[in-house]
Design a protein around this ligand. Structure first.
Ligand code: B12
Ligand code: SF4
Ligand code: SF4
Length: 344
């Protein structure tokens, strides 16, 4: 078997498994590493300190620290149904948690390579949480370019796909990175971002991003970003929805591996009274759990505060005296004040 046909068979199997996008790159540092290091030095990571640890930097520069002898990264993209309009819940949260499904599929891909080569190459699976610069490697593996919204854009699927990698100690023929730039002079996403999180140089100040604030940030949401949250409870899709490249993406008719299990909108008043055990039960196996119960209720309260509904005011005033959580209580006081002003 020639090395070329090995790569072709790996890609065909990846496609069969549902990874519509697959490319191969080498394990040397990606060109994005210098952008990432500069980003860390500028302190743009908000409270996500795990991104700035010295071991995190070292691993993102050298994948061989994750897998001894790593020679290649097989990068994959798994599309999910795009958002059609702005909703309280980001599109990626509406489908079952992708980490598990992608791990399973990448494990199958690793077994396939074992069968194909008749050896047991050392491998390491990375999906989101591993110290891998996923967009940079996927860019070099040839199936996308980083846009000013900081996401990896592909001609067919826009930005609506998840990334994962199989690191292997096999020497494989790398693909060629795309040379052109999709964005050109366009700055639509930079201007549409409600908190000015996008810096226009393909990076962001994560501490301002609503996706960070609603999912990753613990404690109270800084007051200056609360109105900008509008009705958004979990994640944010604005800089994807607004992107002309996504408008032109042609995933219609594509058989997605995921089916949405949640609506884009939730009943905020019902959600306010959801108990912790019920929250965990309702959202088991979904990315909702990432925000934790406190974060979820905090976000619901702020969305109620932005709702302009007299009923929301009455419900919050009734709930305030019994509220035990200090972050939720403080958010309620803010929401009540805001609703009173708006309904005057
Ligand atoms: C931390 C993180 C976040 C943070 C910070 C995001 C950010 N842009 O930095 C927050 C919580 C805000 C976030 C939000 C979201 N995230 Co997120 N996130 C990550 C995570 C875990 C690490 C990203 C990271 O290291 N950031 C630090 C920056 C500096 O590095 P970077 O993002 O890789 O940026 C590179 C480019 O900017 C590039 N670059 C910069 N300048 C230049 C200039 C040139 C010329 C070039 C070529 C490159 C370049 O180099 C950088 C280094 O590689 C990745 C998974 C992973 N392991 O990579 C998922 C990931 C990026 N997230 C993802 C998703 C889906 C989202 C959301 C859409 C979810 C949502 N709907 O709310 C939003 C989108 C917000 C946005 N506009 O980015 C997907 C993106 C898939 C895709 N198609 O691109 C990923 C890859 C997870 C996955 N496995 O699928 N996320
Ligand atoms: S996800 Fe929302 S808040 Fe974050 S950069 Fe994009 S538009 Fe801005
Ligand atoms: S909206 Fe424009 S600038 Fe932003 S990612 Fe899309 S094409 Fe690039």
């Amino acid at each position: 078997m020639t090395p070329k046909s090995l790569e072709k068979q790996i890609k065909a199997e990846a496609n069969r498994l549902g990874f519509a996008l697959c490319g191969i790159t080498t394990a040397d540092a990606s060109e994005g590493f210098s952008h990432y290091r500069a980003w860390v030095e500028k302190g743009l990571f908000g409270g996500m300190h795990y991104l700035a640890r010295s071991d995190a930097l070292a691993k993102r520069e050298k994948p061989e620290l994750l897998l001894a002898g790593c020679k290649s990264l097989i990068c994959v993209g798994l599309p999910y149904p795009p958002a059609e309009s702005l909703a309280s819940i980001a599109a990626y949260v509406r489908v079952p948690d992708y980490h598990l499904l992608m791990r399973e599929k990448l494990t199958q891909l690793a077994s396939f390579i074992e069968e194909l080569t008749g050896t047991k190459p050392a491998s390491y699976i990375a999906v989101d949480s591993a110290a891998v610069l996923e967009k940079s490697f996927a860019h070099r593996a040839g199936f996308g370019l980083v846009g000013k919204n900081t996401l990896l854009l592909n001609e067919d699927f826009g930005t609506w796909f998840f990334l994962g990698e199989l690191l292997v100690d096999l020497e494989l023929e790398p693909d060629l990175a795309l040379a052109s730039d999709f964005c050109g002079d366009c700055r639509i996403c930079v201007e549409a971002c409600p908190t000015n999180a996008l810096l226009g140089d393909k990076t962001m100040d994560a501490s301002k991003c609503l996706s960070y604030l609603t999912i990753e940030h613990r404690g109270s949401i800084p007051v200056e970003y609360r109105e900008a949250m509008g009705q958004q409870v979990f994640g944010c899709d604005i800089c994807q929805l607004i992107c002309p490249k996504n408008e032109n993406a042609s995933s219609s008719g594509f058989a997605f591996c995921f089916k949405p299990t949640f609506d884009g909108e939730i009943d905020l008043i019902e959600a306010l009274s959801l108990r912790e055990a019920d929250f965990k039960l309702r959202y088991a196996g979904s990315s909702f759990l990432r925000a934790k119960y406190q974060g979820f209720r905090r976000n619901v309260i702020i969305a109620l505060g932005n709702s302009q509904q007299a009923r929301a005011l009455a419900v919050l005033e009734a709930a305030l005296p019994d509220e035990q959580d200090p972050v939720c209580k403080e958010s309620m006081l803010w929401a009540i004040e805001r609703l009173k002003k708006m309904l005057q």
